[in-house]
Design a protein around this ligand. Sequence first.
Ligand SMILES: NC(=O)c1ccc[n+]([C@@H]2O[C@H](COP(=O)([O-])OP(=O)(O)OC[C@H]3O[C@@H](n4cnc5c(N)ncnc54)[C@H](OP(=O)(O)O)[C@@H]3O)[C@@H](O)[C@H]2O)c1
Length: 339
Amino acid sequence: MINVGVLGATGAVGQRFVELLADHPWFRLTTLAASDRSEGKPYGKIVNWRLDTPFPEKIAKVKVTATSPKSMKDVDLVFSALPAEIATDVEKEFADAGIAVCSNASSHRMVSDVPLVVPEVNPEHLGLIDVQKDKGSGGFIVTNPNCSTIMMVTALAPLRKFSFSDVRVATMQAISGAGFAGVAAMAIYDNVIPYIGKEEEKMETETLKIMGTLKGNRVIDAPFHVSASCHRVPVIDGHTMAVWVDIDEPLGTIKKAFADYKPPIKGLPTQPAESVHFFESEPDRPQPRLDRMRGRGMTVSVGRLREGVRFVAMGHNTIRGAAGASVLNAELIVKKKYL
Ligand SMILES: NC(=O)c1ccc[n+]([C@@H]2O[C@H](COP(=O)([O-])OP(=O)(O)OC[C@H]3O[C@@H](n4cnc5c(N)ncnc54)[C@H](OP(=O)(O)O)[C@@H]3O)[C@@H](O)[C@H]2O)c1
């Protein structure tokens, strides 16, 4: 078993980490860290558990520690659910202290020697860990994408074999994507907010790195263009998106690509049986309420495939889009013996 900790353990994503790691077959959750507001108190006393799964009582007595490598000496790997402005320096400190960091924050995603990984899409990009190890102290940072980007790249994975140059996407994103304190009820109830700070830029750049090619010590961006329009909608969990891709192939060929898709990795505990679930004949799916927990929240559902090529993709933003994505990355890191 590998000892692991969670940074930002009390937040929306941090709680998902705790849920996914409490009984993990490869990782032992030993340490929980949060801000100095929470430090020194038992996790069970200060966490405001908001998930619709029972609180894992066995970690209730774990005392919340300071967010510093000095307070987390027994861990080999930390999962970071820190706000980006805090994560920039803190994650670097952990890596410099020889600890592996699997991060949800955006701070290091576009740094050239930091892998931005979705195991089903670009597992080979973990090779950048060696570039970090050559420069440093044995620790390293691996990131997963923004919660809407990951749904789109996972849905595009079966279509990679076709040529295309232009991807357009319009998202309908859940309020949990903004964290617990994120969007006031008065702002989102009975409403749509057509702006999510920096989200469109993240979808437009992260997609090209993830679907790019690892060459030597860097990734060459994928050779297509992405144009995104992002919107917050009154859904609790589950990001939905309409996607347009300029693939010039018969619809039957595209259907077959989705229906026959098999990801390039297998045997990871958090990996769902289906990375992409394709609704071929149900005209009104996917829907967040009905489909977000498919594959324990790790499956991306695709449907409404039409000529163009147009389709709708949807996945759970705090599981597939955040904590589950990081845990899957950590499992791949272990399987590939980087840890
Ligand atoms: N929500 C999503 O769907 C989603 C998806 C992908 C990525 N992300 C990213 O994941 C990260 C966490 O998001 P979230 O939605 O979970 O945020 P959140 O609910 O606001 O939680 C923030 C966490 O960080 C801790 N924290 C705040 N300031 C700190 C400090 N100065 N030092 C140490 N810890 C501090 C908080 O601890 P206290 O409780 O003690 O304040 C809390 O545990 C962000 O970078 C976000 O962009 C979120």
